[in-house]
Design a protein around this ligand. Structure first.
Ligand SMILES: C=C(O[C@@H]1C=C(C(=O)O)C=C[C@H]1O)C(=O)O
Length: 419
């Protein structure tokens, strides 16, 4: 049995400013920051890595009684035998990571949490609190960059392979992606991109996982699963159109998307899959019959929320691995689509499209699908985005759709525009 000591106390500070000050001393960094809901967790350092919560006992110190927060970043297709690029390959394969320091903002307030394998010394908490109080407001920087465009012919060939697998009856849908290399004018830090994503216009949950000098980050709109005791939620997100340049155009495009048979079909595969997983693991499953729209800064998606009560004994990690990858990121049927992706894509997706989240010591928490992301080091990065291919998909349209999705991670380089 591993014993964890966790000391949480309220802080009167902006947690992002606090993170910016504290992060300098830590090369292990973990962020799950929901921009709309107060579910914000920013971890520093690694106290211990665990394979599951089963053999863990935690001792609460401090006045709040809060459980420890652990982070979990999982690859899209962890068993894919083809090598990931060297940036992704440098990350360890760990299941749950307990940071030494966690800054928390939830519905009840803002907190500093210190985790340790021995009793937390109060002087350590006081020292971090003092640093936090001295934190200056963060500043944003614009990072000029150039993109090395990927080959259009390679994309056309990948889509043709997908369409022929659909025609042959091997899959009904396959999600194919593109990867682009970014070269910035000068080296940038994880803090620079994190601050630009949190303070910029991108909507969703900002993710960061840094290990050593290499970091993975982005801002995703897609919830995979959230668990709060018995209540669980998920989200079906598939089917895309442009955001439009003004409100009138946005609502016209949204209306078209809501009636577009190809996009509705792409979406329905995801709804069917999530309904099936929920029906197997939960009761009182509620999933509306018709999708709505999730409007984002650069694109809009067909969106169907899913909620249920989970069967006693089922865990968040268990639900995460049953749900992931959904047909929103792989295709239908999932196994066949994964095999096709392994054959068609020239790279291993690494954390792109993986499940990234946090879980607390009581087993509650959430996972997002790591979309609109990239992996970075020094002045370079690899950016990823994908789209669903079904019967009738046109390679050129899907190429443009991916360009629209890439704008979200590219907005991390822009420190000018305010939210
Ligand atoms: C694959 C991505 O997005 C997914 C694919 C979508 C689609 O095909 O319409 C929409 C939302 C996401 O589930 C991505 O952003 O890279």
């Amino acid at each position: 049995m591993t014993k964890i000591y966790t000391y949480t106390q309220p802080v009167d500070a902006d947690i992002v400013d606090a993170f910016c000050v504290l992060q300098k001393g830590f090369t292990d960094q973990f962020v799950f920051y929901d921009k709309t809901r107060k579910a914000r967790f920013m971890g520093l350092g690694r106290c211990i890595a665990l394979s599951s919560l089963r053999d863990v006992e935690y001792v609460v110190q401090g006045e709040t009684g809060k459980p420890p927060i652990l982070f979990s970043f999982n690859r899209f297709d962890a068993e894919n035998p083809s090598p990931a690029d060297e940036l992704f390959a440098s990350f360890p394969r760990l299941s749950l990571m307990l940071p030494e320091v966690v800054l928390i903002e939830d519905e009840t307030g803002k907190y500093l949490q210190i985790n340790s394998l021995g009793p937390v010394y109060a002087g350590r908490v006081a020292r971090f609190s003092r640093h936090i109080r001295e934190a200056k407001p963060r500043t944003r920087v614009t990072i000029p960059f150039e993109l090395e465009r990927d080959s259009r012919e390679a994309w056309d060939e990948a889509v043709a392979a997908g369409l022929s697998a659909i025609e042959g009856g091997r899959v009904d849908k396959v999600v194919l992606s593109r990867r682009q290399k970014l070269v910035a004018a000068h080296p940038f830090s994880s803090k620079d991109l994190l601050v630009n994503l949190i303070d910029g216009p991108a909507r969703g949950t900002v993710l960061l996982y840094r290990y050593g000098d290499v970091f993975f980050c982005g801002c995703t709109p897609e919830l995979l699963v959230r668990k709060n005791d018995a209540a669980v939620e998920s989200m079906c997100l598939a089917g895309t159109c442009a955001a439009g340049t003004d409100e009138a155009q946005r609502s016209r495009l949204a209306e078209e998307l809501l009636h577009d048979q190809k996009n509705l079909q792409e979406h329905a595969y995801v709804v069917d899959f999530i309904r099936e997983v929920f029906r197997r693991n939960c009761h009182d499953v509620e999933i509306p019959d018709h999708p709505g729209i999730l409007p984002l800064q650069h694109v809009q998606h067909l969106y169907t929320p899913a909620s249920a009560q989970v069967l006693e004994g089922k865990t968040l990690m268990g639900l995460m691995s049953e749900l992931h990858p959904t047909p929103a990121l792989s295709g239908t049927p999932v196994g066949e689509a994964l095999m096709l992706i392994r054959q068609v894509e020239a790279y291993n997706r690494g954390f792109f499209g993986g499940a990234a989240g946090y879980v607390d010591g009581d087993g509650n928490g959430e996972f997002a699908v790591a979309l609109r992301t990239g992996v970075f080091d020094g002045e370079i990065g690899w950016l990823y985005a994908g789209c669903g291919i079904v019967d009738g998909s046109v390679a050129a349209d899907e190429y443009d759709e991916i360009d629209m999705k890439l704008k979200t991670i590219l907005s991390a380089f822009d420190g000018e525009c305010d939210a």
